[in-house]
Design a protein around this ligand. Structure first.
Ligand code: C5P
Length: 362
């Protein structure tokens, strides 16, 4: 039964939501570290990372889709047919409606590139909390494209979400500390002997990138959900189509960046400074993309927002330990508002006021 698959006896729906929360927390920390631990001249190209992400995700999805066709009674070509499973898969990938994936594909490439700008210019926890604005954009696009109706409680919780995000934003932009990351030491190394690289962050640039990424996230997610749920095509075939269309916008910046005079050829330039942290970032992104697709199929974009807001707590705790992130009262107030709003948003219809009264009275 496709509607309620399980993993080790647990519903895939919940396993994928929890996995996504952990993945989100890990991604912001590893990505942030991979960007700020070296000076710009020694850091890898985000354009290479975005392209590698799509190639790896597309290849994995292709393999899963092929495996599924070979093991599916209804889709497997009859024995003796000229259509092998590979032919059958190619026919499904290049179907008449594959163009529909071009829109989310372009949006996701833009979003994945903006994420690098945001994560390089904001502290991890601030990035995570501000990125929750995508619940707002996702709701707006769900109403506009999927014709979903939202109760007044849901709109109220969205309003509080925006307030919470704003509180965190104000404390970061008015902070007296220089916006310099303290994450300049390789983890576990002796601080005295490590070279002291400083990466200057620009919170304004970071917030601009986050805001734009929230719009592409909401639109791309809802658009992918619409394409997926309005047709019978296999999730993994849709993912291959998504990656194929992503290749064009992801290749452009790789091909058109100015090549330095002492260039060592295309592949040397492409993988320049691409070390362990860069590979870790790309691997976590690939994993996240696959989990996101599963979450959108078996839950929806709104529940996805709830799962990722859980990751705020995880990444906040981790960044206190790893990056010496200091807890300020406004950060606590802002983050708490975001979490309460997220919780309120996810209350089943009809139960919200009673629950709220209980909380207020206790
Ligand atoms: O922040 P948000 O949840 O919108 O990010 C979604 C991420 O998942 C993007 O990096 C996007 O490339 C990826 N994705 C994917 N395949 C899908 C849907 C999303 O790789 N089918």
């Amino acid at each position: 039964d496709e509607s309620a698959p399980t993993v080790f006896g647990m519903p895939l729906k919940y396993v994928s939501l929890v996995t996504l929360a952990v993945q989100n927390a890990a991604l912001s920390i590893v990505m942030h570290y991979s960007r700020v631990s070296t000076p710009p001249s020694l850091s890898y190209s985000p354009a290479s990372a975005v392209l590698l992400n799509e190639i790896m995700k597309g290849s994995i999805s292709f393999m899963i889709a092929l495996w599924r066709i070979s093991n599916s009674e209804s889709r497997r070509p009859l024995t003796g047919s000229i259509f092998t499973p590979l032919n059958q898969l190619l026919r499904e990938i290049f179907s008449h409606d594959c163009w529909k994936l071009s829109i989310p594909a372009i949006l996701y490439v833009v979003q994945n590139s903006l994420q690098f700008v945001a994560v390089s210019n904001l502290p991890v926890a601030t990035f995570q909390v501000t990125y929750q604005m995508k619940i707002l954009t996702t709701a707006a696009f769900s109403v506009a494209l999927l014709r979903r109706r939202l109760s007044s409680t849901k709109w109220t919780s969205l309003f509080f979400l925006a307030i919470g995000v704003a509180i965190v934003q104000i404390q970061t932009s008015t902070s007296n500390d220089p916006p310099v990351s303290k994450a300049n030491m390789p983890v576990g190394s002796a601080h005295e002997s490590a070279p002291r690289y400083l990466h200057i962050m620009s919170p304004l640039k970071g917030f601009g990138a986050v805001t734009a990424a929230c719009f592409t996230s909401g639109l791309a997610g809802v658009y992918f959900e619409m394409v997926l749920k309005n047709s019978k095509a296999d999730l993994w075939v849709r993912n291959v189509q998504l990656s194929l269309f992503s290749l064009i916008p992801a290749l452009l910046p790789v091909l058109y960046v100015p090549v330095p005079s002492n260039s060592g050829g295309f592949f040397q330039d492409f993988f320049k400074n691409f070390g362990g942290w860069a590979w870790a970032t790309v691997s976590i992104q690939v994993f996240g993309g696959l989990i996101t697709a599963i979450v959108i199929k078996y839950s929806d974009n709104i529940l996805k927002g709830f799962a990722t807001s859980l990751s705020i707590i995880l990444s906040f705790l981790a960044s206190v330990i790893l990056f010496h992130f200091s807890i300020t009262p406004s950060f606590v107030v802002g983050s708490s508002t975001v979490l309460i709003a997220t919780w309120l948003y996810n209350q089943p219809a009809g139960q919200e006021p009673t629950l709220l009264v209980n909380v207020v009275n206790s």
